[in-house]
Design a protein around this ligand. Sequence first.
Ligand code: FAD
Length: 287
Amino acid sequence: MIPGSFEYHRPGSVGETVELLTRLGEESRVIAGGHSLIPMMKLRLAVPEHLIDLQSVEGLKGISVEAGEITIGAMVTQHEIIGSEALAAACPILRETAEQIADPQVRYCGTLGGNVANGDPGNDMPALMQALDARYLLAGPNGTREVKARAFYEAAYFTALEEGEILTAVQFTAPPTGHGWAYQKQKRKIGDYATAAAAVILTLSGGVCASAAVALTNVADTPLLAEEAGAILTGSSLDADSIGRAAKAAAAIADPAEDGRGPAEFRRHVTAVMVSRAVAAAHSRAA
Ligand code: FAD
């Protein structure tokens, strides 16, 4: 339970960080809140020779909600997300999701950037970012670029991040006023990763569902956008039959591992239950 030895670096800018990552290559890793990386290092599942700490890097902090566009810096902690009244007003599902991550100690240190960049299928924010159709802002040796959350995840711990790149911020358009939202997570105990979880964001028009996005956590190697489920809900009155069919469609794309959280079939069943509950909760909150 003691990490291997490493050299510690503390750059002050994104440019300096990218330069270090590029120069030190594969044996280097950035560290944000450390609440995924340090446990991996203690287990020697990660043995970086160089740790590049993002704590002093300028420009990675801050939450901005302006004209319906939301930007959250990579180093914003889950605790800061929960505490932001501007975010809670514009996009309340962020607070609901962050509150279900681990426990307060983890949330004080764990960052949004670390949570989405890690590629851990158990992390809760990636599915939410897919439901919100968020964009990840990346900086690397060839400049900056954007990758949609829906295109970022390739396999467990494999993402679209290229060598020398870091995630600097997450950006998305706030869902319209009156939207419905819910993040439902089944876990064995407080602080656990999801057995299955679902993020739902929907809008209503004249009592009919005008749009719906459904995304799933920890039921495959990557977060999953349940497109068919969203399509079934859209145009429906969110009646029991439509919700049941959407839940079934979402569970059909789930491919969970059999682990301490239960057999695959059970986790697929829980996926359907989480989707049904999240749609019902989102419907009750929509205007
Ligand atoms: P770090 O641990 O510092 O980094 C994680 C990885 O991301 C590393 O590979 C690092 O190189 C990379 N990285 C970090 N920042 C960037 C960046 N800006 N650009 C590119 N790469 C970057 N999370 C959940 O979502 N749900 C849970 O239920 C949950 N339960 C937990 C329970 C416990 C007991 C613990 C210890 C953690 C739990 N977590 C959970 C994980 C926690 O939320 C982590 O803090 C978070 O996932 C990673 O954020 P971090 O800032 O700690 O990243």
